[in-house]
Design a protein around this ligand. Structure first.
Ligand code: GDP
Ligand code: MG
Length: 790
């Protein structure tokens, strides 16, 4: 990595980078910050669509790298964790600033798997726009819809679609566009660039796949790539006659007669959502060439406005692998995607002296730099060497340095102004998802929508190789939990247990511990996490008094708890892992570590409650769906309130033991499985055998959605992508059946290999958490046996 980057600076761009590093710094500090030129954006896609390859191509085209890395040889810039390189997938979100023309793009690489819960969530919140990639051989895939919904959830409304891999046999511009409609991603996908498979008409006749050029329908230009991949840009003629005679194309090239209709439909389509453009087009003379005379500068503002409102979905295309279409994509990212100003409703936030407010959207550990907190500034300006307040934890923090991270290479800056994204050094306790504000703003500043880690669903025991390895392993786990608060760990009956969101999450934890912290351990058996509910035994006789000895003096503490199970329709508090904890006057009591004042008696009571809830005296499982109210509290004024933690834990433990073991719960998942007709029976049977329940077979709207077809949506003909390969999906999807089901997670850990066997390798599935559900008494026996409690 580093040698390669250094080479980029040395050879990358002789004119711009004369004395590379020095020049670079000057450029960066002298550039005036103009938030209207910022594009905080994500590239998102189904796995293997070419996201990493496109990122590399963008870095190369913007002269950031001298030669693109390749995911196939494990040398890319953004997949920089060793764990990612081995897998060829992107786990860690990184933000990379890229300068293109007078824009700065912050490429925020978001992981696409639900098992990386916290990072997906927090990274999705800091982007203002997105480029969604589609593999043009596959069309819209399961996870394309997943990331699409994810963008919806976080109000990332402005998107550009990039149809990638048009060089591959079987790639189809048309089928990919149709799959957007069929899967109801967007009612108005709008082709703004068309692929030129070849400049030799014979290649179309021979159905030869490829991509040698692009037509930019807005700028009315042709991009022609030579055999070396160098692009030359040529203006297209502005009249129908000249176009037909143009020497850009050999005679009888099939795309030529097609260009005018493509531009006409694009403009008409855009005019449907833009009145001004509509009026302008009405004024045009009747001449068929008139639409060719419309200048890009008269189209772009309307296209931008429509993209910002999500009225249209601009569609670009190319081959990331061959760097075809990358530059055009970058131009349109700059032209069309929102700046932080476009999404900030409060104009005051932009001012340099506005109160500081920012989100820590990722926390990472770097061997040389220590803790790095990636932030996005939502208001005001962050300065190096300044104090900030962590509003989520009520803790003061000190910022030492500010960095812009060019992949693994860092550049120090003095300020991070409004809208920008960068890394902060020096913060000691901030975690992924926290809100930071000016110290003056204090604790009454509101948090940016809090991110609460999802409940852990699986755990694994961690066995250090030797006694001397224990401390480093614990230290590493501590560090990991800060970068990813959805990783939790505890020592339980002498065993170190790590909790995570799923099997893949734990696998990632394992490889990060090995590769990033280099600690010595083995993982034991993976297990799903179960929960115990509050029992129904009589608790009226349990004493509310706890006695202890402090400095030889007997001390008596009295805490009145009211403890009941939650009603069936009552929801638990995610901060309390599905329990509800209230003060005497019925207000929610925050968990111990979130209290404003550590001397507050209730903060210590809350700690004791956490301790008992995390491990029931009946089964050692965590308790869930229990309501606890602290009714009354009495302790000698001369003792420190910290003694209340032990007291409340002990009293509560007695209550839980007296109530006896309640129902057990286990995590369920919701599955959507797509298989060929012939495999449906086998899959349904398998689900039944593993405690699953089929909710729906071919749920009408899911399986065959009414395709969205707008009359005037321009859908290019199939021959535009000549190919001998297989036809893109979409056409064959009719033969597929969809099964919706719920099943216990514990039974589905090896489902992907089972499904492969059951479906002859053609089955696909998606799963999402469906919460904890009570289990039958038979299943409860199984679980207790598994835990060694029977
Ligand atoms: P990601 O999972 O979305 O990050 O996808 P990758 O960038 O890792 O690419 C997955 C595979 O597709 C790799 O083998 C790439 O070399 C290949 N690939 C990516 N882009 C293209 C392309 O434009 N054309 C072709 N033919 N292959 C591509
Ligand atoms: Mg990738």
């Amino acid at each position: 990595m580093l040698p390669r980057l250094a080479a980029a600076f040395r050879y990358g761009h002789p004119h711009k980078w004369l004395a590379p590093r020095v020049c670079f710094r000057q450029l960066a500090t002298q550039a005036k910050h103009d938030p209207s030129k910022l594009r905080n954006m994500a590239l998102v896609a189904h796995i293997d669509s070419g996201k990493t390859t496109l990122t590399e191509s963008i870095l190369l085209q913007s002269h950031f790298l001298s030669s693109a890395g390749s995911v196939d040889t494990g040398s890319t810039t953004t997949d920089f964790l060793p764990a990612e390189r081995e897998r060829g997938i992107t786990i860690q979100s990184a933000s990379i600033p890229v300068r293109w023309k007078d824009w700065t793009f912050n490429l925020i690489d978001t992981p696409g798997h639900a098992d990386f819960g916290m990072e997906v969530e927090s990274a999705s919140r800091v982007v203002d726009g997105a480029v969604v990639l589609i593999d043009a051989v596959e069309g819209v895939e399961a996870q394309t819809k997943g990331v699409w919904r994810q963008l919806d959830r976080y109000d990332v409304n402005s998107r550009i679609l990039f149809l990638n891999k048009l060089d591959r046999p079987g790639a189809s511009f048309r089928t990919s566009m149709l799959s957007v409609l069929a899967n109801r991603l967007h009612p108005r996908p709008m082709a703004i660039a068309l692929p030129i498979a070849s400049f030799d008409p014979q290649d179309y006749a021979r159905a030869e796949p490829g991509i040698q050029g692009l037509v930019d329908l807005v700028n009315w230009e042709v991009w022609k790539y030579d055999s070396e991949g160098k692009a030359s840009i040529h203006a297209l003629p502005r009249t129908k006659e000249e176009l037909e005679q143009s020497e850009l194309f050999p005679p009888s090239h099939p795309i030529v007669p097609h260009l005018l209709p493509a531009r006409v439909t694009m403009l008409d389509n855009l005019a449907q959502v833009s009145e001004d453009l509509f009026d302008m087009l009405l004024e045009l003379p009747e001449d068929p060439s008139a639409y060719l005379s419309v200048q890009a500068s008269d189209i772009m503002p309307h296209l931008r406005a429509a993209t910002l409102k999500n009225d249209v979905l601009p569609v670009l295309c190319g081959s990331a692998f061959k760097h075809i279409g990358t530059e055009l994509l970058m131009n349109y990212v700059g032209e069309l995607l929102p700046s932080p100003l476009d999404v900030e409703p409060n104009p005051k936030a932009v001012a340099a002296n506005a109160p500081l407010r920012m989100l820590a959207w990722k926390v990472g550990w770097d061997k040389r730099k220590g803790w790095m907190t990636f932030v996005r500034v939502y208001s005001g300006t962050l300065k190096s060497q300044s104090g900030v307040m962590n509003a989520s934890r009520n803790q003061k923090e000190k910022v030492s340095k500010l960095l812009l991270l060019y992949a693994a290479e860092a550049q120090e800056v003095e300020v991070l102004p409004f809208g920008s994204v960068g890394a902060v050094l020096g913060l000691k306790s901030t975690r992924t998802g926290d809100t930071l504000v000016s110290v003056a703003g204090g604790s009454n500043a509101s948090s940016l929508r809090d991110i609460i880690p999802p409940p852990p669903l699986m755990s694994v025991s961690v066995i250090p190789h030797s006694h001397a390895d224990l401390a480093p392993v614990e230290e590493a786990l501590n560090a990991l939990a800060r970068t990813d608060p959805s990783v939790r760990f505890e020592t339980h009956e002498g065993q170190l247990l790590v909790h995570g969101l799923g099997a893949l999450h734990l696998e990632i934890v394992e490889s990060r511990l090995r590769d990033e912290w280099k600690v010595n351990f083995e993982f034991g058996k993976r297990r799903v996490s179960f929960r115990e509910c509050f029992g129904s035994g009589d608790i009226s006789a349990v004493s509310n008094v706890w006695q202890t000895d402090i400095g030889g003096q007997p001390v008596q503490i009295k805490i009145d708890f009211s403890v009941t199970p939650l009603e069936d329709d009552e929801s638990g508090d995610p901060l309390w892992d599905g329990n509800v904890v209230l003060t005497a006057d019925g207000k929610p009591l925050p968990p111990g570590e979130l209290h404003l004042n550590a001397n507050d008696a209730l903060a210590h009571v809350a700690k004791g409650i956490s301790s008992t809830l995390s491990s029931s005296p009946n089964t050692t499982l965590a308790l869930s769906r229990t309501r606890i109210q602290v009714k009354d509290l009495d302790y000698p004024k001369e003792v420190h309130p910290s003694v209340l933690a032990g007291a409340s834990a002990a009293i509560l433990r007695k209550i839980v033991r007296a109530a006896g073991q309640g129902d057990l719960m286990e995590p369920y998942i919701r599955l959507k499985i797509t298989v060929d007709e012939g495999s449906v029976g086998r899959v349904v049977e398998d689900l039944g055998e593993h405690g699953g329940e089929v909710l729906d077979l071919d749920a009408a709207e899911e399986a065959e959605p009414e395709p969205l077809v707008e009359e005037s949506t321009y859908i290019p003909p199939q021959w535009l992508s000549p190919s001998t390969g297989k036809a893109a999906k979409g056409t064959s999807s009719r033969m597929k059946r969809t099964i919706l089901a719920v099943a216990p997670l514990s039974q589905m850990l090896d489902f992907s290999s089972r499904l492969r066997a059951l479906s002859g390798g053609h089955g696909l599935f998606q799963m999402e958490n469906d919460g904890f559900k009570k289990v039958s008494s038979l299943r409860a026996m199984d679980i207790l046996r598994e835990l060694g409690r029977l």
